[in-house]
Ligand binder design. Structure first.
Ligand SMILES: Cc1cc2nc3c(=O)[nH]c(=O)nc-3n(C[C@H](O)[C@H](O)[C@H](O)COP(=O)(O)OP(=O)(O)OC[C@H]3O[C@@H](n4cnc5c(N)ncnc54)[C@H](O)[C@@H]3O)c2cc1C
Length: 497
């Protein structure tokens, strides 16, 4: 029996969970809710990652919430500013009062007889607690907080220096004057390299294969001008829409004319690094733009560090770590006192929660995702998952709005259970994401599938989702609304149908 009952349990107090709290209390204000957060702090990603230079790689006009203007001068913002923005949102709206820290949700069992989830929580002090809720909203992000991904490196134990993963950056790591090798070519590596290069005794970015790298001004002059001359909300919405539309245009162009976009991006790198730099080897990926996420560098900082001689890029394979650095397949040795393994994240499905429906375990790999947020045969559950080709929050805001519409629809019709049901035998099953990135490919088999047609098709398209999630009818014939015999309310009463 659950100790407490809420209309909605939100899992996670990161950017998505705090946003979910806001939308819920604003658009479905009669629902009780609690946010359960496994860690002792709010902010998720923006609190966890503490490596030097940590910043967004998309602009804050689209990574910010639709309801709270981003007011800082920098559009590509540092981690602490983003954390403060999330904290401020939670405090000024009283969302912080709904958060319970040190509460990791480990299991949730749906009972159709009760129209309720029994949620099992492990607390930081080793206790197990049980809560009940009518709707479970997973906002716990997409990766494992316990540890980042590090491949097996031969000879790792031989290395006499320090090895760090960016997900667990030691606050006291002193790299000043030291030779640092950063292994990786993704967003974290390109963020770290210019920042470390400011004081290290030389930084080498060691990559197996190159990534598309695009420079963009950290400050958006047009946005700052608008903010100075227009009301904050209006300026924010204008810049947000401009960025959304530009992002969509660029993504479409990359899909339609990959060769031209590829050539343009590489030419921009050439313009930065000059004709003598080996752009072919170090900045020309084997895949097309947007088959993986592009890396954004603010104010060309990576290129500046390379030009200044403080950083360099090596494209090669690791043969083994040695006592004093790394030996490469080419035979070359890279001396290092510090090795940073910017080798990525371990993805996690359904926030690591063991789900069951009426006693049957849910295998996430076997369910179809409905509108990219609910799951075939799983009642009263949604998850917040952002875009791969645009800012995370754009999709999360829409998901939260949709969940509140769904809850309001259920209240209006007296339905206590809603389940996506696929009745179309011709519907094909496709992988959840089509990204070729290693971290996606390592985990894609565990993820839910998407369908070949709407509403099971995952569209990475904000404009379409906006129409679909904000305006289209909730009752689309695919969602089955029902009213089990008896259910609990947050007031604790058992209600009959
Ligand atoms: C270094 C880095 C940079 C990024 N930069 C960008 C960017 O520029 N633009 C962009 O769009 N995206 C970016 N992302 C993706 C980023 O994670 C999202 O933008 C966004 O912060 C995700 O917010 P979230 O709240 O959904 O998840 P998270 O930030 O991961 O927060 C999830 C929270 O849920 C908690 N939690 C998880 N499981 C449970 C559980 N079972 N029980 C209780 N609590 C749980 C976690 O402890 C955490 O606090 C970046 C990611 C990383 C790692």
């Amino acid at each position: 029996m659950a100790d407490e009952f809420f209309d909605v349990v939100i899992v996670g107090a990161g950017l998505s969970g705090v946003g979910a709290g806001y939308h819920l209390q604003t658009e479905a204000p009669d629902r009780s809710y609690v946010i359960l957060e496994a860690r002792d702090a709010l902010g998720g990603t923006w609190d966890l990652f503490r490596y030097p230079g940590i910043r967004s790689d998309s602009d804050m006009y689209t990574l910010g919430y639709n309801f709270k203007p981003w007011r800082e001068a920098k559009a590509i913002a540092d981690g602490l500013s983003i954390l403060n923005y999330v904290r401020e949102t939670a405090c000024e709206n009283g969302i912080d009062r709904h958060i319970r820290y040190g509460q990791k949700v480990v299991a949730a069992a749906w009972s159709s007889a009760d129209a309720a989830w029994a949620v099992e929580v492990e607390t930081n002090d080793g206790q197990t607690r049980r809560l009940g809720c009518n709707f479970l909203f997973l906002c716990g992000g997409y990766y494992d907080y316990a540890a980042g991904y590090t491949p097996e490196f031969a000879g790792r134990d031989r290395f006499q220096g320090t090895i760090v993963h960016p997900q667990r950056w030691p606050a006291d790591l002193d790299y000043a004057g030291k030779r640092v090798v950063v292994i990786g070519s993704g967003a974290t590596a390109v963020t770290l390299v210019p920042e470390l290069a400011r004081s290290a005794g030389g930084v080498t970015m060691l990559q197996r294969s190159p990534t598309y790298v695009v420079s963009r001004p950290a400050e958006d002059q047009f946005a700052n001008w608008l903010r100075a001359h227009l009301p904050a909300k209006l300026a924010y919405q204008l810049v947000r829409w401009r960025n959304v539309l530009f992002g969509m245009y660029f993504f479409r162009l990359a899909r339609k004319k990959p060769a031209a976009v590829k050539a343009r991006i590489i030419q921009m790198v050439r313009d930065q690094l000059g004709p003598d730099y080996d752009v072919e080897t170090h900045f020309t990926p084997r895949y097309n733009p947007w088959d993986q996420r592009l890396c954004l560098v603010p104010d060309a900082d990576l290129f500046q560090a390379i030009k200044a001689g403080a950083a360099s890029i090596v494209t090669d394979q690791i043969e083994t770590f040695t006592e004093t650095g790394i030996r490469l397949a080419s035979g070359r040795e890279l001396p290092a006192e510090v090795i940073v393994t910017a080798t990525g994240l371990n993805l996690k499905v359904m926030n690591g929660i063991a789900l069951s429906v009426d006693g049957r375990p849910v295998d996430p790999a076997n369910v179809l995702s409905y509108k990219g947020m609910m799951y075939e045969g799983v009642p009263n559950l949604a998850s917040a998952f952002g875009y791969t080709n645009a800012s995370w929050t754009l999709k999360c805001d829409l998901t939260c709005e949709y969940v509140t519409r769904l809850l309001n629809r259920m209240r209006a019709t007296g339905a206590r259970q809603v389940t996506p049901v696929n009745a179309d035998p011709t519907l094909g099953r496709e992988p959840w994401l089509d990204f070729t990135s290693g971290y996606v490919q390592r985990a894609i088999g565990m993820f839910p599938k998407q369908g070949s047609k709407a509403p099971w098709k995952l569209r990475q398209n904000y404009a379409l989702d906006l129409l679909n999630l904000r305006y289209a009818k909730v009752d689309d014939g695919v969602l089955r609304f029902s009213n089990p015999a008896a259910g609990r309310t947050s007031e604790g009463a058992t209600v009959a149908a």
